[in-house]
Design a protein around this ligand. Structure first.
Ligand SMILES: *Cc1c(COP(=O)(O)O)cnc(C)c1O
Length: 296
């Protein structure tokens, strides 16, 4: 089967008094609507990786992730849809949760791995699947040049121009792809990455290694809320309000932090009046299931 999905990712405006007061127009690109499981940037990142697996006649996708990994789930669902077998190495001992339940439901075999051996993914792969000529290695989070290539296509879909594009940033692959797309389309749009980790400055190297040509962009490193998958009551309150106001689901690990950054920067007059800002909804809303207890 051909490895493609019809892309449905409309751009919608977010209206509220803050943006009106500051003279801003804020939009959100709904990559979360591309597919319920292979959502957002994870589809874009997998597209050329899966095509490359198919071209090499590989039938078994092997990848890696934490117990709440959106990438594991996207790979499981994409494997099922496009006729691959899938194995996921899960960081940590025998854990059960909703994400892993959905992975298994899509037929992914899970191998729980202690944190020490998890570190060397190539070694793990060679150990278990070295002699399986059908096995195809996909790095954690889908970080790869092919991943960035898929993400750059997001920019080709835009029918209007924006002063700023914002995206949440984990491995930096999505950010690099979008920056490459901005360069290719010769746009003046400024790219803004919101790292979801503490000390997010290190992500600049990760982004830069996938750039086709050097580019200027901004890292907003002050919106990690304590670190990866960490939250605080302010972030949770923001997410509740945003979802209730817009009908757009977001979650605390990625999209909640990115949107919080836009609202906070707007309130602090970071943007010139008249600016048009596009937030990328990179999907991942199943992550909410692992954080229900934060919303009480
Ligand atoms: C994985 C993920 C990201 C991070 O993408 P990178 O390419 O790793 O930077 C952002 N948002 C969501 C919802 C994700 O699932």
């Amino acid at each position: 089967m051909d490895i493609s999905l019809d892309i449905y990712s409309p751009v919608q405006q977010i209206n509220n008094t803050l943006f009106i007061d500051k003279g801003l127009k804020v939009f959100i690109k709904r990559d979360d609507l591309i597919h319920p499981m292979i959502s957002g940037n994870k589809w874009r990142k997998l597209k050329y990786v899966l095509r490359s697996a198919r071209a090499q006649n590989k039938t078994h996708l092997v990848t890696f992730g934490g117990a709440f990994s959106n990438h594991l789930l996207a790979t499981a669902a994409a494997a099922a849809k496009f006729g691959f077998k899938a194995t996921g190495f899960v960081r940590g001992e025998d854990v059960q949760n909703d994400t892993l339940f959905l992975c298994k439901l899509h037929g992914m075999q899970l191998i729980y791995t202690n944190r020490d051996s998890y570190r060397d993914k190539k070694a793990l792969f060679d150990d278990v699947f070295g002699s399986d000529e059908n096995a195809f290695f996909i790095d954690e989070g889908g970080a790869s040049a092919e991943g960035a290539q898929g993400c750059s296509e997001l920019v080709n879909e835009l029918t209007e121009t924006y002063d700023h594009i914002f995206c949440a940033c984990g491995t930096g692959t999505t950010a690099a792809g979008i920056i490459n797309g901005i360069t290719l389309n010769v746009l003046l749009t400024h790219f803004n990455a919101v790292p979801v980790f503490k000390n997010g400055e290190f992500i600049r190297d990760e982004i830069d290694r996938f750039l086709s040509v050097p580019a200027k962009y901004t890292l907003h490193t002050g919106y990690h809320f304590g670190g990866y998958a960490k939250t605080d009551p302010q972030l949770i309150q923001f997410i509740k309000q945003f979802v209730a106001d817009t009908g757009v689901l977001i979650e605390p690990v990625y999209t909640g932090k990115m949107l919080y950054a836009i609202y906070d920067l707007a309130a602090k007059n970071h943007f010139a009046p008249g600016s048009k800002i596009l937030a990328i909804h990179s999907g991942g809303i199943w992550g909410l299931l692992g954080m229900k207890d934060k919303f009480v």
